[in-house]
Design a binder for this molecule. Structure first.
Ligand SMILES: *[C@@H]1O[C@H](CO)[C@@H](O)[C@H](O)[C@H]1NC(C)=O
Ligand SMILES: *[C@@H]1O[C@H](CO)[C@@H](O)[C@H](O)[C@H]1NC(C)=O
Length: 329
């Protein structure tokens, strides 16, 4: 997959010079794929949730939160969001997802890139954590979740960035007896507890965690299941657990749930975020392909609120209306 992608990238500028703009390949130059980003909406908090468990609520998350599509990068088609993580958090996004890569320049600093750092480098992990810390300090009643795909950097480099920013001190640590997959939904604290103890950051690593060494970097699949993310058509969204693979897909484990709801477009056989359809993908309605429909279906299957909806272009559609609909009832 990566090899195919790289060969396309190498091949493209030679073959399709007309569609290369600022070094970013584009599927067409006819204007159909040009974005018209809306200003971001805002989350409407539901006060009763404050005394409920972290695991009892729905949060909106941004898929590839640092991969931006902006005028500065020529509306890079590798971008998944129109606004940076500071705007995302201020608007109401409460989970930020990103991929951590080794620095191609050789430093120990983790880079947050999309697939490959040559394609999209969204800055260093430390810069990202600084933005999160600024938000948490300015908003003392808010809880934020980070989800990182670990593509290889060692655990000590992840921990170093948390230590350097001081976010290790604000990180939630489950009790020792709940590690290794035994933390059930009812074991999570209330948001009020997290606020009063100032442990308001929950961080998951997709792989490479070791909670005996770094207790606040949680092994994602010990705590959470997630649905399939490779969606190419609006009628393909599912609610069944696709990962971790040890759960039977017909069983809904008493764990946090992450519902992937973003659509890919395709160009010469590789996937990139479908921006033209984002207002429908993120719509609050109940038509096929809309977040509202998917959310309601998952809630009914799980018989509880889904915890995280991971979206592209969070500012399109009405993602915060969907969140409110889940949390208010
Ligand atoms: C985005 O998805 C819609 C709905 O499937 C599709 O009609 C459209 O062609 C896609 N856009 C791109 C650029 O592939
Ligand atoms: C999405 O945007 C298109 C083009 O502006 C518009 O025709 C369509 O009605 C919008 N869809 C929704 C669900 O708002």
């Amino acid at each position: 997959m990566l090899h195919t992608l790289l060969s396309i990238l190498v091949f493209l500028p030679l073959t399709y010079p007309a569609i290369v703009r600022n070094g970013v390949q584009r599927p067409s130059d006819d204007g159909n794929d040009d974005p018209h980003p809306k200003p971001p909406g805002s989350r409407v908090p539901v006060p009763s949730l404050y005394s409920q468990r972290y695991s009892e609520q729905t949060f909106i998350g941004t898929h590839d939160s640092v991969a931006l599509r902006t005028p500065e990068n020529g509306w890079s088609i590798s971008g998944n969001q129109y606004y940076d993580v500071s705007v995302q958090l201020r608007s109401g996004v409460r989970m930020l997802q990103a991929q951590g890569h080794r620095d191609p320049a050789g430093s120990e600093e983790i880079r947050l890139c999309h697939f490959n750092c040559a394609l999209m480098d969204g800055g260093s992990l430390t810069e990202h954590l600084d933005a999160v810390k600024t938000f948490l300090e300015a908003n003392p009643y808010e809880v934020v979740t980070l989800l990182f795909v670990n593509t290889g950097p060692p655990l000590e480099h992840w921990a170093q960035a948390f230590f350097d920013t001081g976010l290790d001190l604000m990180s939630y640590i489950p009790s020792r007896s709940k590690r290794g997959g035994s933390m059930h939904l009812d074991d999570w604290p209330t948001v009020a507890d997290m606020v009063s103890s100032n442990k308001r950051l929950v961080t998951f690593l997709s792989s490479g965690a070791n909670e005996n060494l770094v207790p606040y970097l949680l092994n994602q699949f010990d705590y959470m299941f997630e649905t399939n993310f490779g969606i190419d058509e609006p009628d393909q969204y599912t609610c069944a657990p696709a990962r971790p693979r040890w759960w039977d897909p017909s069983y809904i484990p008493p764990r946090l749930s992450l519902v992937n709801h973003f659509l890919y477009a395709q160009f010469l056989g590789f996937r990139y975020p479908n921006a033209t359809y984002a207002n429908t993908t993120n719509a609050a309605g109940f038509h096929v392909g809309e977040l509202g429909e998917h959310a309601a279906r998952c809630r009914s299957l799980y018989e509880r609120r889904p915890n995280f909806f991971l979206v592209d272009f969070f500012s399109e559609g009405d993602v915060f209306d969907v969140e409110f609909g889940m949390n208010a009832f």
